[in-house]
Design a binder for this molecule. Structure first.
Ligand code: ADP
Length: 404
């Protein structure tokens, strides 16, 4: 009997141990599966997040990106690329030519596919402009062959990167134009002065009247040289960002405008022009600012209007409007105007409108950039609107409260 009890107990213990182990094993397995599931889930989540991040990155890039198959079919295109070309629905799956509509670009990309070599070139392309218009832009196009481990379907294809270099080229052209313009502007008065000096030294000019006239001309051109150098100094002083450059205080704007008109009276009279100052609703003539700078601003704007317009009877209005916290100043003329295409550039340093009017009009292309910098030094903004042949309007808005 005792033996029976002992054996039964032994079986019970063995059974309990085995059952416990099985239970533990099952529990461990479940835990492992759960951990695996979690890992898989977070792997998918990580992959999804990475794909989302890449998508945003690619779509956020200003440059255009295409992935082109070895048969020159579009496999991928970002938003940046499509804004350059005529709109096309579902570009993926179409040929590159259908999207870019330029044989030269397609030939270059094909060259890269065939040779497996990276290629880069610049193209002048008629591209989609603002709104629905078409404008000429300069694109750099780079084709980068995709190597052997590119994802399926992309092997042998290329990544095409499009960059709009128009702005860079425009700035470069402006810089070159300036060097040519400034040298010309400085050389002309210098050679006139030198010419007269030589005549005086050689005794070719000896009569008192002739001598007086020669000195008069030399003085005029000397003044012009001084003006160009002054413009260059003013602009470099403003660009240096020196805080003491602007001294803001309340001053009589109307008196400042009238001083400018007074200084320009000889030109105004010769051109039979009319320049007037208007205070809207009889507002206060006082504004906050550095009078020295405002003198430059008004002088440049009014003298530009007079200089650019050869026809007689020009009407120029300098208008002041006080609106809440803002003083608004307008300078309007009814002359030749500025062509639409030139408007975005007129405030750029050294930019001069390609002569839609006489070649005799002198300038360095610095006047409006001085004006813009002076306005910005007053925490203000300046805009320009023009309807060629009808009017040109410069609008300046500056805070009424003093800000140094
Ligand atoms: P510039 O020294 O040539 O006058 P600005 O920077 O003052 O240089 O002006 C840039 C260009 O903008 C000028 O070359 C001129 O063609 C154009 N412009 C400026 N103001 C006027 C205006 N009121 N009417 C017509 N064209 C203007």
């Amino acid at each position: 009997m005792e033996l029976f009890i002992t054996v039964t107990l032994l079986f019970a213990v063995v059974f309990a141990v085995l059952w416990w182990r099985a239970l533990l094993g099952n529990w461990k397995m479940k835990r492992e599966h759960a951990a695996q599931d979690m890992e898989e889930l977070s792997y998918h989540e990580r992959t999804r997040q990475r794909a989302e991040m890449l998508h945003r990155l690619v779509e956020g890039i200003e440059d255009g990106l295409f992935i082109i198959s070895s048969r020159l079919t579009v496999l991928f295109v970002n938003r940046g690329a499509m804004k350059f070309f005529p709109p096309i629905s579902t570009p993926v799956g179409r040929t590159l030519l259908e999207c870019v509509r330029d044989h030269r670009i397609v030939e270059m990309v094909d060259g890269s596919v065939q040779s497996g070599q990276r290629q880069k070139q610049e193209f002048l392309v008629s591209s989609r402009g603002e709104g629905s218009g078409v404008e000429d832009r300069i694109f750099s196009v780079e084709a980068v062959p995709l190597n052997g481990d590119a994802p399926g379907g992309m092997e042998g294809g290329v990544l095409v990167i499009l960059r709009d270099e128009t702005e860079k080229h425009t700035l470069e052209r402006i810089r070159k134009d300036f060097v040519a313009n400034a040298s010309h502007e400085l050389r002309t008065p210098l050679s006139i002065i030198n010419g007269y000096l030589e005549n005086l030294v050689e005794g070719d000019i000896s009569e008192p009247d002739e001598t007086k006239r020669a000195f008069g001309i030399m003085r005029k051109h000397g003044d012009r040289l001084a003006q160009i150098v002054e413009d260059l100094l003013v602009i470099s002083r403003m660009e240096s960002g020196e805080p003491e450059a602007v001294r803001v205080e309340e001053f009589d704007f109307k008196a400042c405008a009238q001083d400018v008109i007074h200084r320009l009276t000889p030109v105004i009279t010769t051109k039979e022009a009319k320049v007037e100052v208007v205070l809207v609703d009889n507002c206060s003539p006082y504004i906050h600012g550095d009078r020295y700078y405002w003198d430059q601003i008004l002088f440049n704007l009014v003298s530009n209007a007079l200089k650019e317009n050869l026809a007689r009877g020009l009407q120029v209005t300098i208008l002041l409007k006080q609106e809440g916290d803002i003083s608004e100043i307008q300078v309007r003329d009814n002359g030749v105007g500025i062509p639409h295409a030139d408007l975005p550039f007129v405030f750029k340093r050294f930019y001069r409108v390609a002569r839609h009017h006489s070649k005799d009009i002198k300038g360095t292309g610095l006047g409006l950039s001085i004006v813009k910098r002076a306005v910005e030094a007053h925490h203000g903004t300046i805009t320009v609107h023009s309807r060629p042949g009808i009017e040109t309007l410069f609008t300046i808005r500056v805070p009424r409260a003093a800000r140094g």
